[in-house]
Design a protein. Structure first.
Length: 299
């Protein structure tokens, strides 16, 4: 059975690692938050005092970190600390599931290649519910051999696994997806509020739009209007799920990529402005579907 090091046990990483433990794999975890580590060791994971200690003897190293600077620091190290590339086995597969800029992924991938180590970026889609259910979508960038090798662990944590291209391609595909998601969430929110303002029941309106030409994932799986759908953040005061701050980060990455490729993304740019404004109003740690409140008369 595979040995796995899992580094980064936040809202996504924690349940992803738990699914590997449930599958019977030997999982060694590390996080700067001791409570997150304890939550996994209580389920049968092992713990390490350092990230390098967790990764040194692993067949697979999986990381889930906040931003590109954290990924670069962890894998490449600095003048004071070794990076994962200095300690992992040559046969290990390194899989970064963070959503970061493609250039950071490419840099780590190039440095890993110089050492004869396989690295793959594999950002995820599906939210905390998907992480807990083991139904995430993995969007992979790396070699064909890395992609095939990764199936051992990714199929335990996800239901859809795509090979987008070389290292960095996973990140580009992910930010394209999240840019579209943000646009859909804003459009769905303003449409539902328009119905409310004109006396419609938002649940009835949602049911109509779901099977009409306006149907989309936010209506089907993640309705932003409170009390329309059970077990989604909008019905829990927008707690849990995918934070506004993280959506702002991803939309920033999409706009950086758009500038680099001279792409026209007016809807993505507007969505970023709306989410930045929403975050500045104190909503950064709430779920991104709380953008609905920007259109509500109850703000």
């Amino acid at each position: 059975m595979a040995t796995v090091a899992f580094i980064g046990l936040g809202n996504m990483g924690g349940p992803m690692a738990a699914n590997l433990v449930k599958a019977g794999m030997t999982v060694t975890v590390f996080d700067l938050n001791p409570a997150a580590v304890t939550a996994l060791t209580d389920q049968g994971a092992l713990s390490a005092k350092t990230a390098c200690g967790a990764a040194a003897a692993a067949d697979f190293v999986i990381t889930m970190l906040p931003a590109g600077k954290h990924v670069r620091s962890l894998y490449l190290g600095d003048d004071d600390n070794k990076g994962l590339l200095d300690v992992v086995s040559k046969h290990a597969l390194l899989i970064d599931c963070s959503t970061i800029d493609a250039d950071s992924a490419r840099l780590v991938g190039a440095k890993a290649c110089e050492k004869g180590i396989e690295f793959m970026d594999a950002p995820v889609s599906g939210g905390t519910a998907g992480a807990a259910a083991g139904s995430l979508t993995f969007i992979c960038g790396g070699s064909d051999s890395a992609y095939q090798q990764a199936q051992t662990v990714l199929t335990v944590m996800g239901g859809n696994i795509f090979h987008a291209g070389a290292v960095g391609a996973g990140q580009i595909a992910k930010i394209c997806n999240n840019m579209l998601l943000s646009v859909l969430m804003v459009g769905t929110s303003e449409s539902l509020q328009l119905g409310l303002d004109n006396g419609l029941d938002p649940k009835v309106l949602s049911d109509i739009m779901k099977v009409s030409s306006g149907g989309n994932w936010t209506l089907e799986k993640y309705n932003p209007c409170p009390d329309v759908m059970e077990n989604v953040p909008s019905s829990k005061d927008y707690q849990g799920g995918f934070m506004v701050d993280l959506m702002v980060k991803d939309l920033g990455l999409s706009q950086e990529a758009a500038v680099a490729s001279n792409s026209s993304t007016p809807m993505g740019s507007l969505a970023r402005s709306l989410y930045v404004n929403h975050a500045r109003q104190g909503n950064g740690r709430r779920d991104f579907s709380s953008i609905f409140e920007q259109f509500s008369k109850k703000k």
